[in-house]
Design a protein around this ligand. Structure first.
Ligand SMILES: [Zn+2]
Length: 534
């Protein structure tokens, strides 16, 4: 792990939530990791100094039960399953800087003890007897009113009655401050509907919540409460702490200083099912501990599979590994980032996946690259010529390309990558339309004979340059979303990608160096057969 040191770059910190590791990763996990990765890569591209954290939440009672069912030690189960999640780095081409595991990382164990002590010193932790209805699947207590027909609304199973002495956190003390911080967007919850949900949760009244359980009920698994060997921390207290413990909150280290204390951009990406923990409990714990709060919390929706419910707990799982093996990482990234509106629920349908792949990736982008590189080879000996004077049609393409930066910036700052990709694909189709309108093949014939010879040759040179330059820009715009595609585009165009350079300069029209040789390669995104066709 190299700690970045450049002082002239703005820090930008982003985290995924930590998945439970009682099973293998499914498509819903892939969605969150890919969303977060696109944000991290985008900020690096624009020159920010990014720290992207992910990891695994391992101290859950669910893991204990899963291990019992398999007849193996809990640590062995979490070690094995954590490796599946870590393996998503290669599978999904993730660019995380750090991966924390809550069951065995000393940074984490020391950090959450420090967090507990800080809240206790503030007088916000006390012990009392408690009787409640607990869903192990959710790892949370439910009130009678929250149940549906006596069952957990998520798992549709009957919660267990749990009665014991636990430590409680004085959440009730923080209602007013939390409301003010959320209303004023000092903790900026995206989208607005989720912000309103958090506010309405506060309005209904915040009750103190249990932050420990007995060691016996936890089967001796979890982080012991400081000073009380009979209790372990409630898994959420410990799991939420990872966002700062991974930065070395315990040692007040340089990463913690750089990316938490002195950084105005502390972003959590989470799913809507765990928003209460992140928008209410976590900020309250930090207020109590005297630690700055996250500045943005981006809440994404769920993904359904072929219109049905997609949740590990109900057993409806789609393995992202199988999709990647068959169609490639960037094809999956494209679908999840473009076809699913990140702030809402979205559906994954194989038929739509293949149509999107064929339409946007094969017919539009893949075909454009192939045509341009072929034309440069055929009409210009493989070397991109210098452009001559611009005509109005050229200027329209230049304007479209130069206007893209602002549109992508706006979309990414609002956490709507599908709009960024939509804007980028408008440039792809504008460039395809440009080819059809300027007809380079006609100019290639005219330059050989007739009175228009010289003018046609110069016009053709301008067009070939413009096409190559549009593709150079598209290669850079693809970096956050389709990193491998960006590399393939760059390689065939004969350019080097600037992944963390001067973005204003890189995104300006005219960066392609005339006289560069293109490097024709294989077909980018070969077409797929539609389902049912043979
Ligand atoms: Zn549940």
């Amino acid at each position: 792990m190299t700690i970045p040191s450049a002082e002239d770059h703005h820090p930008w910190y982003v985290t995924t939530s930590l998945p439970y590791v009682n099973g293998r990763p499914h498509l819903g996990h892939a969605l969150e990791f890919i969303l977060t990765d696109a944000l991290a890569r985008y900020h690096r591209l624009t020159g920010d100094q990014v720290w992207f954290l992910t990891g695994t939440d391992e101290n859950s009672l669910k893991n204990v039960r899963a291990a019992e069912r398999e007849g193996i030690p809990t640590q062995a189960l979490v070690d094995r399953n954590a490796a599946y999640f870590r393996g998503l780095r290669e599978l999904l081409n993730l660019s995380y800087d750090d991966f924390i595991r809550t069951s065995n990382d000393p940074r984490h164990l020391d950090g959450v003890r420090k967090l507990w002590d800080a809240c206790a010193q503030r007088g916000d932790i006390y012990k009392r007897a408690y009787r409640g209805l607990y869903c192990v699947g959710c790892e949370q207590f439910y009130s009678e009113a929250e149940l549906s027909a006596g069952c957990c609304p998520v798992h549709l199973t009957r919660p267990e009655v749990v009665e014991e002495e636990n430590y409680f956190f004085r959440l009730s003390h923080y209602a007013d401050r939390l409301r003010d911080l959320i209303v004023s967007d000092q903790v900026h919850i995206v989208p607005l509907a989720r912000k309103n949900e958090a506010l309405s949760f506060i309005r209904r009244g915040l009750e103190d919540f249990s932050i420990s359980r007995s060691r016996a009920r936890a089967r001796d698994w979890g982080v012991p409460v400081p000073g009380d060997a009979q209790q372990v921390m409630y898994v959420w207290f410990d799991a939420l702490g990872n966002y700062i413990t991974a930065l070395d909150y315990a040692g007040n280290g340089s990463l913690y200083q750089r990316f938490w204390m002195q950084n105005p951009h502390r972003t959590h990406v989470i799913g809507k099912d765990i928003q209460r923990f992140h928008t209410i409990y976590w900020p309250a714990l930090l207020l109590s501990a005297g630690v700055p709060l996250p500045t943005s919390i981006f809440v994404h929706g769920f993904i359904t599979l072929e219109g049905g419910k997609m949740s590990k707990s109900v057993g409806n799982i789609l393995d992202p590994g199988a999709l990647v093996e068959r169609y490639g990482t960037d094809a999956l990234r494209y679908y999840l980032l473009r076809e699913i509106r990140a702030t809402e629920d979205g559906d994954f349908s194989l038929e739509r996946f293949i149509r999107t792949y064929n339409g946007d990736l094969a017919d539009q982008l893949g075909n454009l690259l192939n045509r341009v590189v072929t034309m440069v080879s055929r009409y210009a000996g493989g070397v991109v010529p210098a452009p001559g004077a611009r005509e109005e049609i050229d200027q329209r393409l230049v304007n479209a390309a130069e206007g893209l930066r602002e549109r992508v910036e706006r979309a990414m700052s609002q956490f709507v990558p599908h709009e960024a990709l939509g804007a980028i694909w408008e440039l792809v189709s504008a460039t395809n339309k440009y080819v059809a309108e300027v007809e380079p093949w006609t100019l290639a014939k005219q330059r050989k004979a007739g009175p228009e010879r010289v003018a046609s040759a110069e016009r053709l040179a301008t067009i070939l340059y413009n096409l190559t330059e549009a593709l150079r820009l598209l290669a850079h715009y693809c970096i956050p979303f389709l990193p491998t595609t960006a590399e393939i585009l760059a390689r065939q165009l004969g350019v080097t990608l600037e992944t963390s350079g001067d973005w204003t300069q890189v995104s300006r029209w005219g960066g392609y160096l005339a006289g560069t040789a293109v490097q024709p390669g294989g077909v980018l995104f070969p077409k797929l057969e539609l389902l049912g066709e043979s």
